[in-house]
Structures are given as structure tokens and as C-alpha cells.
Write a protein that binds this ligand. Structure first.
Ligand code: DGI
Ligand code: FE
Ligand code: FE
Length: 200
């Protein structure tokens, strides 16, 4: 297994400049969230640096890789194949970059839609991906950034709510992965108490 620094050097060659800066942003933000909430700092940085390692491929390439590696492809992923960059990325993380930790692999695998009952690391990568400092400013981002350091479930809910709103408002609405909505409902329920406390 290579060091974090060696991995960063490798990813720099694979990703374009903007994606590489985003990757470092996610890695550092995941570290900061781990400092706030507890957990393994090095795992957070590792998952952060690798989370988009398959983002440099086209939809056709992602579909071809998913087939080649015998990864399950859902109907929605067939229509919006970029959704596969998590699954394909987790495969590369394991087989190309030598990651063995299942929690790190799952954080990469599920970072776009999230899933119910995420581990702390999975939530941290999901959130860091959305709030890292180089992300384009979008409505509601400051709120998500503030929630992220207070309550991971609430931040997860807020991000999914915004993402779904964005996807539904698109001129040419893209297929919504059932996981995105199911995860949003799950974290809405889970963070209801926190929201009641914050608003009272
Ligand atoms: O890879 P990144 O750009 O850093 O971030 P990401 O992996 O979270 O991907 C973000 C994109 O994924 C964003 O344009 C919204 C989109 N997305 C999230 N959930 C869904 C989705 N797209 C579709 N079609 N369906 C979803 O459920
Ligand atoms: Fe991604
Ligand atoms: Fe990302």
C-alpha cells in the first residue's frame, strides 16, 4: 500500500487539474470532519483522495469497466453511467491502489447517492465531497457546511434534499437513482429530532 503522498502523486497524473484540486479538497475536508466527530484520520484522507479515481472516464468507458469487472449495473446506471464512477472507483481502489479496508472501499462505492445506515466514514466522505472548499458556490451550501461540523445525519439529509431538488429542476431531468431518494428519506427521519432542537 502506497503512502498518502504517493497516492496523491499518482492521482495527479490520472485526473484533470480541477478534479485533482477537488480530490485534495475532499481529503482535507474529510480529515477536518474526522477531527470534529472522531474516527481514523488516515482512513478519511485515503478515502478522500481516491473517491473520484474513476471520474476521468466517459460513460461508455465506465459501462465497459463495470461489465469487465462484473459489477452489477442497475437500470438507472445504464441511463446515467457516470453514477458508476463510485463502484468502478472502489474496484480500482482495491485492485489497482491496494486498499483492503472495506469501510474505505464502501465510502468510495457509495459516495454519490449515499445509502441507508452509512458508517461514520461513509457519511464523512459523502459530505466532504459536497462541501469541500473548491466546490462551486450553490444555494444552501453554507448551511450544509455549518451542519457538517454539528451533525453528520442532518448534513447528509440537507445535501440529499438539495441534490434531489437540483436534479428535479434540471432542464432535461436525469434519472434519479432510487438510492438517492431512499437515503434522503432515511436521514430526514433520523435528523428530525436535531432539526426540532435547532429550530426551537
Ligand atoms: O463526482 P463529483 O462531481 O465530485 O460528485 P458526485 O459523485 O456526488 O456526483 C455529483 C453528481 O451526481 C451531481 O451532478 C448530481 C449527481 N447525482 C447525485 N445523485 C444522483 C445524481 N444523478 C442522477 N442522475 N441520479 C441521482 O440519483
Ligand atoms: Fe464523485
Ligand atoms: Fe467528488
Amino acid at each position: 500500500m502506497q503512502s498518502q503522498w504517493e497516492l496523491e502523486e499518482q492521482l495527479k497524473k490520472v485526473l484533470n487539474e480541477k478534479r485533482f484540486r477537488h480530490t485534495l479538497g475532499v481529503s482535507d475536508t474529510a480529515a477536518a470532519l474526522t477531527m470534529a466527530h472522531g474516527g481514523d484520520l488516515q482512513k478519511a484522507r485515503l478515502a478522500g483522495v481516491l473517491h473520484d479515481c474513476a471520474k476521468c472516464y466517459s460513460d461508455a468507458e465506465l459501462l465497459a469497466y463495470a461489465q469487465k469487472f462484473q459489477l452489477p449495473i442497475t437500470e438507472v446506471e445504464e441511463q446515467a453511467a457516470y453514477l458508476l464512477h463510485g463502484k468502478v472507483g472502489a474496484y480500482f481502489a482495491e485492485h489497482l491502489y491496494g486498499v483492503t479496508d472495506e469501510d474505505v472501499l464502501n465510502s468510495i462505492r457509495f459516495h454519490t447517492t449515499g445509502r441507508v445506515n452509512m458508517t461514520q466514514l461513509e457519511k464523512i466522505i459523502f459530505i466532504a465531497d459536497y462541501i469541500e472548499p473548491t466546490r462551486r458556490e450553490i444555494p444552501g451550501l453554507d448551511q450544509c457546511r455549518a451542519y457538517a461540523f454539528q451533525d453528520l445525519n442532518l448534513a447528509t439529509y440537507e445535501i440529499l434534499k438539495n441534490t434531489l431538488q437540483y436534479l428535479e429542476q434540471e432542464q432535461k431531468p436525469s434519472a434519479i437513482d432510487p438510492n438517492t431518494r431512499i437515503t434522503m428519506e432515511y436521514y430526514k427521519e433520523l435528523s428530525q429530532n436535531t432539526m426540532d432542537k435547532i429550530s426551537s
